[in-house]
Design a protein around this ligand. Sequence first.
Ligand code: DNO
Length: 403
Amino acid sequence: MIQTMRWFGPNDPVSLMDIRQAGCSGVVTALHQIAVGDVWNEAAILERISIIEADNQQFTSLNWEVVESLPVHEDIKKGLPTREGYLENYKISLRNLAKCGIKTVCYNFMPVLDWSRTNLNYVMPDGSRALRFVWEDFALFDLYILKRPNAQNDYAEEVQTSAKKKFDSMTEDEILGLRNTVLLGLPGSEEAFELKTFQRLLDNYAEIGDVELRQNLYYFIQQVAPLAQELGVKLCIHPDDPPFPLMGLSRVVSTESDLAQLMAACDVNANGITFCTGSLGVRADNNLPKMIERFGDRIHFIHLRTTKREEKLLGNVLQNFHEAAHLAGDVDMYEVVKALVLEEKRREKEGRIDAKIPMRPDHGHQMLDDLHKKTYPGYSAIGRLKALAELRGLEMGIIRGLI
Ligand code: DNO
């Protein structure tokens, strides 16, 4: 695997030198300063490349390996007539990226919010901090802070009762804290959405159920993947995080069957997957090694992370979970990395120059000196450094064991 780390750009408190010293050759980044839907022009892309490569003469080389993300405008997700203009812009951005030599592009199709958690400072038994999702707290936000109409239909009665009890005992600061955590919005931004704006964004999806959202996703991929294929660009969708519907919004990239349908909707290699084990692994019905085998050739980017499911709520789908240490948790990281190594070996046998897949350790615990620093939630340096070191060792052991 090609070792990479996410970098949020020049304002990221984690530096490119930190990423280099963690052992990475690749940087995963995006032009967060460009509004969603606008074109990424060549000058802006080249400027970012030159920042990433600035110290390459003196130190080990870093390059911009993956775009995470080239975001998809909400009008495309909603299937509005205005999507056509945004699709054109998306294609121009893909052309510009390809011209500048950047060939792996991640995106997601989650309506309104990207990833969601209810606690960004969950204390682990060793004192480090992790991200956590608790269904009852999510219900509390939805029912008693946002007060979304008809929200009660989405929660079991006992969840509502205990959420109410907890809400009544919370201080103003605790309520504000939960509100800001749930509404944190897109990574790369620290702005939490305002409640009213947020409710309006949700209302826009009132008519868009599972079927419509799928149609809009397939329309999007059918428009852009053939061009990407021509340009040699690999698109890779990031799965839903968490992988189940939230706040009445559908989720259509959560399961093996979701991914299979998307792959079939446009049968070109450029229509690919960001295999995020942290997102997919929350569901016990996702068999990750089997999915790697099935989607093999379409996996263009890997996020390695694991979660620990806590209490079981509804079947094996709705779960409370926290982000575990990378070799602990419910994801069998040994089997996952082994399946990925075998996929790379298969590609090598075909003589492919792109046999190695870019991988980044996804998130990390906040620990050691980072406990006193402000970084993007999940993206402190030391926790990710530890994760990468463990994963790199695991990969090496597996490769050597296979010889
Ligand atoms: C969370 C990330 C996601 C991811 C986007 C990709 O930490 O893995 O926010 O970047 O969903 O579009």
